[in-house]
Design a protein around this ligand. Structure first.
Ligand code: ADP
Length: 559
């Protein structure tokens, strides 16, 4: 209360007015009291004069010691100071009267007949009777004045505090409300306009609180919907300042959606085509579509103008990178397949034509043409086989039969299939089981796993020189807390240049086109391996060995 300026203003004003009124009242009553006191003393002196007049007249008519004595004794009785002045300048003075002073109260009485007075009696009190009465009055005032001041201050405090405290309560509640505490109430018990004001305030804050929570609820819902969208959404006003951006937009354009609000769109997303599209959407009030390249992504953008309040535009972004890549992949695939089919087919066609044109009868050379047709047909078959395998894995038409595959057995049987080919090249084919562990199992489809292994061993044999060595080893391990098995196929070939290692798993990619074709490669083997291992929850990688040759590492979940 004592810190309230309003309180002090009212309190000081109230006190001042009261004190001034009090002082005016004191001043007025002091005048009346003084007058009353004077009249009282005047009446006293008049009474004294009336009492003394007969004796004074006796002395005036006959100034003898007896009459003088009578005057003296009577004057002593009433305690008055007197002077009797006769016409012949003779006078009798008892006590001391003040001739020159005007503030003393005197009574003058003419002695003798009215028409022919013989002298004058002057009576006054010897003491300062009026001063005495006034001093008593002043003491009484001096005692009451502070008392009245205290009562005034107390009453002022009580009345003003009663008025100011509800104002303070309202003020506090309003401040709390301004800082967001919408449930804040002002407790005011006054049954006057202030009480009614507090009642209205409380009602208002309750309604505001309700409205706000409704707004927050709808805001939350909106944020959840927009935040959960895969599409990026950015809303801008008619000056292209960002009003809102969802998380997906932040991810696509690489910004923090909470920190871009109110910033110019062009500053947040430095894409001129986007900026122009938004500009023309706002100006023409017609939706715009465009494709924006951002980093290495392709975004399909739809800009819809917002008409009304707030004016601006909504930008919806789709990441079409994957779609685009798939389209490219398909296009490349068709081109690659056509290319792959063309070479063997044209050889077959040329050989067949040569035979038809008469080479059939050329006993020495016809076998060469027929063998050529045979080799190229095998290549075609292998190619088609690999493409079918890939297609089957990709379409997931044939669900895998995931089982526990015993690595030692699978490796043995695979190496057995390659025994003859390895022997032809004097290649040392070897399985190296982990030391001290006799049974390692992986979770995979049995056939799929065979395809993985045989593709890797096939390549290893194919790209190793005569007299080389191909080693298949395996060991259990842990990746991110999950038990896995690592299978390595190492050879003694030329290895793969580091910058090309990432690409060898692509379809039809060959490090050395001519050599691969020479050796009957389709360029699809490693992409089949990659697809299969990933389908089984694993992965494949390649590296060069320090001592020369490549090593392919397949990781698969342990069973
Ligand atoms: P290909 O049928 O041509 O062997 P792959 O998909 O199996 O097709 O292999 C892709 C390319 O990777 C091959 O053309 C070859 O250049 C390279 N490559 C694969 N395995 C090896 C290896 N063990 N040593 C060296 N290069 C290899």
């Amino acid at each position: 209360m004592l810190r309230s300026r309003l309180f002090w203003k009212l309190f000081l004003g109230f006190t001042l007015v009261n004190l001034l009124t009090g002082a005016a009242l004191v001043a007025a009553t002091w005048g009346w009291q003084r007058e009353g006191a004077r009249q009282l003393v005047e009446r006293e002196v008049a009474t004294m004069a009336a009492f003394l007049t007969p004796a004074a007249t006796a002395w005036a008519e006959n100034p003898s010691p007896e009459t003088e004595e009578a005057v003296r004794s009577q004057a002593a009785k009433v305690g008055a100071a007197i002077r009797v002045r006769l016409s012949d300048e003779k006078q009798l003075a008892i006590g001391k009267t003040s001739t020159g002073r005007s503030d003393r109260i005197q009574e003058r009485v003419n002695l003798g007949p009215v028409t022919k007075p013989i002298g004058e009696l002057i009576v006054e009190r010897p003491d300062d009777r009026l001063g005495e009465v006034l001093a008593r009055l002043a003491t009484r005032y001096a005692f009451f004045f502070p008392f009245i001041v205290l009562v005034t201050l107390g009453a002022g405090y009580a009345v003003i505090a009663h008025l100011v405290s509800p104002v303070q309560a309202l003020h506090k509640a309003a401040i709390a409300m301004a800082s967001g505490a919408y449930r804040q109430r002002a407790f005011v018990t006054n049954r006057d306009e202030l009480g009614a004001l507090a009642g209205s305030f409380n009602k208002m804050s309750e309604e505001l609180g309700q409205r706000l929570s409704q707004l927050q609820e709808s805001d939350r819902r909106q944020a959840t919907v927009l935040g959960g969208m895969i599409e990026g959404v950015v809303a801008v006003d008619d000056r292209q300042r960002v009003l809102f951006a969802n998380d997906a937009a932040g991810r696509l354009f690489d910004f923090d959606p909470h920190q871009v609000v109110n910033r110019p769109l062009l500053e947040v997303v430095r894409s001129h085509p986007l900026h122009l599209a938004v500009k023309s959407a706002i100006a023409s009030r017609a939706p715009q579509r465009l494709e924006v390249e951002w980093d290495d992504r392709v975004l399909s953008v739809q800009v819809t103008p917002l008409i009304g309040e707030p004016a601006g535009a909504v930008i919806v972004l789709h990441d079409t990178t994957d779609l685009r890549r798939l389209e490219n992949l398909r296009r490349d695939f068709v081109a690659n397949v056509s290319h792959e089919l063309k070479t063997p087919l044209s050889t077959i066609k040329a050989n067949a034509e040569t035979l038809l044109l008469g080479a059939v009868d050329d006993k020495e050379n016809r076998m060469r043409f027929i063998e050529g047709i045979g080799v190229q047909s095998e290549r075609l078959e292998a190619l088609i086989q690999d493409m079918l395998t890939l297609a089957r894995i990709e379409s997931a038409q044939q669900p895998f039969d995931i089982a526990k595959v015993n690595l030692e057995k699978a490796v043995e049987s695979c190496l057995h299939d390659f025994k003859d080919r390895a022997e032809m090249k004097q290649i040392d084919l070897r399985a190296v089981p982990p030391l001290g562990i006799d049974k390692v199992l992986v979770r995979a489809d049995r056939n799929g796993f065979r395809v993985i292994l045989s593709n890797l061993v096939d390549n290893a044999v194919k790209y190793s020189p005569d007299g080389g060595a191909v080693t298949v080893s395996w060991a259990p391990m842990t990746v991110n807390g999950s038990p896995m098995v690592r299978i390595e196929v190492a050879d003694t070939g030329g290895g793969i240049p580091e910058e090309k290692q990432a690409r060898v798993f692509e379809r039809f990619y060959r490090v050395d086109e001519a050599r691969s074709r020479d050796r009957g490669g389709t360029g699809l083997g490693l992409s089949i391996v990659k697809h299969l291992t990933q389908s089984f929850g694993g992965d494949v990688a390649v590296a060069n060995r320090a001592e020369g040759g490549a090593v392919f590492t397949v990781t698969l979940p342990a069973a």
